[in-house]
Design a binder for this molecule. Structure first.
Ligand SMILES: O=C(O)[C@H]1O[C@H](OP(=O)(O)OP(=O)(O)OC[C@H]2O[C@@H](n3ccc(=O)[nH]c3=O)[C@H](O)[C@@H]2O)[C@H](O)[C@@H](O)[C@@H]1O
Length: 931
């Protein structure tokens, strides 16, 4: 029995806790909508503070020792078991599923978490939320608990001390405690930052230059230590020397060797991350200060010079012994930068030695030798570059000021000649990595210009998301272990739940004990057990569950596609093309144009699997761009773009634009929306949402990533026009409450949104008003006049004209439209532009044209009831398109129709072969509208 007058549970506090949990969860899942949700954690702190004070106040009559014992034992009993279990599970998962490069970071933070010190010093100094998004540290989340526990340690002592002094003095005592913390409080109030970076992976996207400068100093301090690569099994105890990388996925084919001076160790992790997947063996050999192509001569130390001679020979021996498939040679220039006084490089004594050594190397390397050219030496320190960058000094000027004017150029000249001679000997055997100027990126230039000599000793941390996806595909054994862990966890939850219940069944004793202790807690009682009233599952529940399963299945399949695509993308991005060549591919793709980084664009196409979207995908893919296609598959079909799935430049994402989507792109073609009247009338609310919320989401994205966004608007914005032909300056004649309003008004709002974002947020916009378009990949159930008439004519069924057939339309072929969209996107014109073919016909004429183009068709032409609000005339005025984007349609309507007829003929045959019933042209209202 419970004490009725004093419930063991403080419902008010539980309520506040519930709210705090909800906002924190909302923050993590929907940061857009709940950006300040992290304040829920603060709410927890306040609650904890309140509870601690309450508990201590109630127990103030106990002896100090009793009070401390009871306080700590209760607190820790409540928190520790679950906390320790979570740390254990995280560590096990870390070793099983995470890339080896993440282990080092997480090991350190696991110890901090165990010591309840996750908040110090790292979250003090780095952006916690940034760290979360980088997801390099699985213990990031334990920081708030650490803060809480630290208070548990501190507060009872502060309180006990207070009980030893008189009540009057207690006010001054507590005031002094606040004053001690004054600095911290003032810091928070005036927003000043006191940073001392304690970790190496503190690179965040929004770092200031000063942050980066300080971080570099920290890295410099650990420069030597950081050269020891955590994923490598060393042959000696030194941080240099030879080692073999562990943790490779096991399905790689190649033996890869990374060798050189300390720069080889410096960059090994990067190569491990990028090429590890392809490696059967990944070996690393580095010798401090010694170049593998020429034995470095140290003017001040004969010992070192001798050492480098030894290493020089050993490099050659080792490569001969290992016989690698690929080798990466990385050096910081020492002696090979020495000046030469001979005019012909072939007579240069240093070069001669380099060349002989190179020839020795290449005959023992099966495929390729990559020589990665080093960054130039700098002669100034980090604090010199910061003011320059702050003043936006041109990169070339920074280079001039920062780079040591020594013989660096000589080293590069020798390397370049070496590559030439190598390829003369064995064509395409050697590749020279690109030379990067000091200031090619702010981040790298900061790393390069630090006190230490190594570039971003922990360079792997620059790309935390570049971990290979294979690490996430556990082996069967790992999956088993994971399942066992989940079981243990569930068991634990079950046991603790049951034990809670047994405690509460004994609640009289418990309550009495608590009262006598003066430590009645807020939420230790059990929640009332709800009877399961719904023992049987209703049909509704079953069908909603089935629906949910369907959605999850779809999500899963799209995730799989995305992971495959991402894997392909990563694989090919990270590995030089030459290396990718020998790998067998499972699918062949149309050959795409090669573009370099500068001209290749990342393009997002919403509605990318749709009729127009898929043609746009084709055109841009063939032109060598990287495409991300989004589609919710309401009217789009995977079949339309399946020929690109798996291509490294292509990614298909199952996503509804009504929900926000985040991606880094240069251009956004926003095509997502049903366009055929029966489809957009089917779910008018959804059509409005797609065109309004979807457009807002895309504009928000464009604003964030500074992309240009093109809206696929429509001739329908002119409604049933009173001006003919329709120029862009015509405002239209639309019935706001008619059946077409969801689409027409949706697009009109979308246009207004575009203009508003352009004015207010400077988003670069393009608006294409698209007129009637047809072509292959129109859905058989599309319901628009072209598909309906062709399907009817091909099947000798009556061709159905809605109304008397005097209404007119102007039809353009889809490839013309795609050309127009691309021309508009790449122009700098932000007002609406009509894209359509001005060749105008009445629908009656059009029916005859189609029937005549289908040889032998015996279809009769019939008139049916007319459609409400059907525009009576439509023809684009395309003078603006011609002037502003130099676009005109190229395909004659008849030629386009012939191709489309062939497409539908093939589709009908395919359906027949698949045993599907013949397609029925869809009429407005043929798809029942949703109410
Ligand atoms: O094809 C397009 O690009 C355009 O199609 C539709 O506009 P609408 O002109 O009404 O398209 P259809 O449904 O193809 O109708 C064209 C005319 O043919 C008539 N029609 C349609 C289908 C049919 O079986 N019989 C028939 O007579 C319609 O009543 C209408 O007068 C969309 O509303 C536009 O957004 C889109 O841009």
């Amino acid at each position: 029995m419970k004490n009725a007058s004093k419930p063991s549970k403080r419902l008010d506090l539980q309520g506040i806790r519930g709210l705090a949990i909800l906002v924190v969860i909302a923050f993590h899942f929907y940061p857009e909508y709940c950006p300040n949700g992290y304040l829920g954690v603060d709410q927890f702190f306040v609650l904890s503070g309140f509870l601690m004070c309450m508990l201590l106040k109630r127990a103030e009559n106990q002896s100090s020792c009793q009070l401390a014992t009871i306080f700590y034992s209760r607190r820790f009993k409540r928190i520790l078991p679950l906390y320790l279990l979570i740390i254990l599970i995280s560590m096990i998962s870390l070793f099983l599923f995470f890339p080896d490069t993440a282990i080092e970071t997480n090991q350190g933070s696991a110890i901090q978490a165990l010591l309840f010190a996750s908040n110090r010093p790292k979250t003090d100094d780095e952006d916690y939320f940034q760290a979360l998004s980088m997801a390099v540290d699985v213990f990031t989340h334990t920081w708030s608990l650490s803060v809480e526990i630290q208070f548990y340690f501190l507060v009872p002592f502060i309180f006990l001390l207070a009980t030893k002094i008189s009540e009057k003095l207690q006010y001054s005592y507590y005031s002094i405690i606040v004053v001690i913390n004054k600095d911290e409080i003032m810091d928070i109030l005036d927003g000043s930052e006191r940073r001392s970076f304690g970790r190496l992976d503190s690179v965040t996207e929004n770092m200031t230059l000063d942050d980066a400068a300080r971080l570099n100093i920290d890295w410099s301090a650990h420069d030597g230590k950081l050269l020891r690569v955590p994923t490598c099994e060393y042959e000696t105890k030194s941080q240099m020397g030879w080692c073999k990388h562990k943790g490779l996925p096991g399905n790689g084919k190649y033996k890869i060797v990374i060798f050189g001076n300390s720069w080889a160790a410096n960059h090994a992790t990067m190569i491990y991350q990028e090429c590890g997947e392809k490696a059967k063996v990944l070996l690393q050999g580095s010798a401090k200060g010694c170049e593998p192509l020429y034995p470095t001569k140290f003017s001040d130390s004969q010992d070192l010079t001798e050492k480098c001679k030894g290493n020089f020979t050993y490099f050659e021996e080792r490569i001969r012994q290992e016989q690698p498939d690929y080798a990466f040679l990385l050096t910081r220039f020492f002696s090979i930068a020495d000046p030469s006084n001979v005019s012909n490089i072939q007579d240069d004594p240093i070069y001669k030695i380099m060349k002989t050594q190179m020839l020795n190397f290449i005959k023992n390397i099966k495929y390729k030798l990559y020589i990665l050219d080093a960054l130039p030496r700098h002669h100034r320190k980090i604090f010199d570059i910061v003011p320059l960058l702050k003043n936006h000094t041109a990169p070339e000027k920074i280079d001039k000021l920062m780079i040591k004017p020594d013989n660096f150029e000589m080293a590069r000249k020798r390397h370049a000649q070496l590559i030439k001679d190598c390829n003369l000997e064995i064509p395409e055997k050697c590749v020279l990595g690109p030379y990067l100027s000091v200031s090619f990126s702010i981040l790298i230039s900061l790393h390069a210009s630090t006190y230490s000599i190594h570039v971003a000793a922990n360079i792997r941390m620059l790309s935390p998301r570049r971990v290979r996806s294979h690490h996430w595909f556990p082996t069967m054994a790992a999956r088993g272990a994971c399942a066992a862990l989940v079981m243990i966890f569930l068991l634990f939850v079950l046991i603790s739940h049951t034990s809670n219940k047994s405690i509460s069944s004994d609640s009289v004793v418990e309550t009495r004990e608590r009262m006598s202790n003066g430590l009645d807690e807020e939420g230790q009682g059990d929640a009332p057990v709800e009877n399961n009233k719904n023992a049987g599952i209703s049909d509704d529940t079953v069908s909603s569950l089935l629906e949910r399963i369907k959605v999850l299945e779809d999500e899963l399949s799209s995730m799989r596609t995305r992971m495959d695509d991402a894997e392909n993308r990563e694989g090919n991005n990270g590995i030089p093309d030459e290396m990718a060549v020998p790998l067998p591919t499972t699918k062949s793709f149309p050959s795409v144009r090669y573009r370099n980084e500068e001209t290749r664009k990342r393009v997002l196409i919403t509605g990318g699997a749709g009729f127009v979207g898929s043609h746009l995908v084709d055109k841009l893919m063939l032109d060598g761009h990287e495409i991300i296609a989004l589609d919710n598959y309401f009217t789009g079909r995977k079949k339309n773009i399946e020929h690109w799935i798996g291509h490294p430049n292509f990614e298909m994402v199952h996503h509804d634009v009504v929900n926000p989507y985040f991606v880094e792109v240069d251009q956004i073609y926003h095509l997502a929306s049903p366009a055929s009247p029966p489809h957009y009338m089917y779910n008018p609310v959804k059509t409005i949402k797609t065109n309004t919320l979807g457009t807002i989401n895309m504009l928000g994205l464009a604003k964030r990533v500074k992309a240009t966004v093109l809206l696929a608007s429509t001739s329908e914005v002119y409604g049933d026009p009173e001006v003919h032909p329709q120029p862009e300056t015509y405002w239209g004649h639309v019935n706001t409450i008619g059946p077409r309003a969801c689409y027409d008004e949706g697009k009109r709002v979308a246009e207004s949104l575009m203009v508003a974002y352009n004015k207010q947020e400077n988003v670069k916009i393009r608006i294409a008003r698209i007129f009637n378009t047809f072509g292959p990949r129109m859905h058989m159930n599309d319901g628009r006049v072209v598909s309906n008439f062709i399907i009817q004519a091909l099947q000798d069924k009556p061709i159905t004209i809605y109304g008397n057939g005097t209404q007119t339309r102007s039809f353009q072929y889809v490839t013309d439209l795609v050309d127009g969209l691309i021309a508009l996107m790449n122009s700098n014109y932000s007002l609406p532009v009509n894209i359509g073919n001005p060749e105008e016909h009445t629908i009656g004429e059009f029916a005859t044209i189609i029937r005549d183009l289908v040889p032998g068709s015996t279809s009769e032409i019939v008139n049916q009831e007319s459609q409400q609000d059907d525009p009576q005339q439509r023809r684009p005025d395309i003078r603006r398109a011609a002037e502003q984007i130099q676009w005109r349609p190229q395909v004659l309507m008849k030629d386009g129709l012939l191709k489309t007829i062939e497409y539908f003929r093939a589709e009908i045959d395919r359906n027949k072969r698949g045993g599907k019933p013949p397609p029925e042209p869809v009429r407005h209202g043929g798809l029942e509208s949703r109410r």
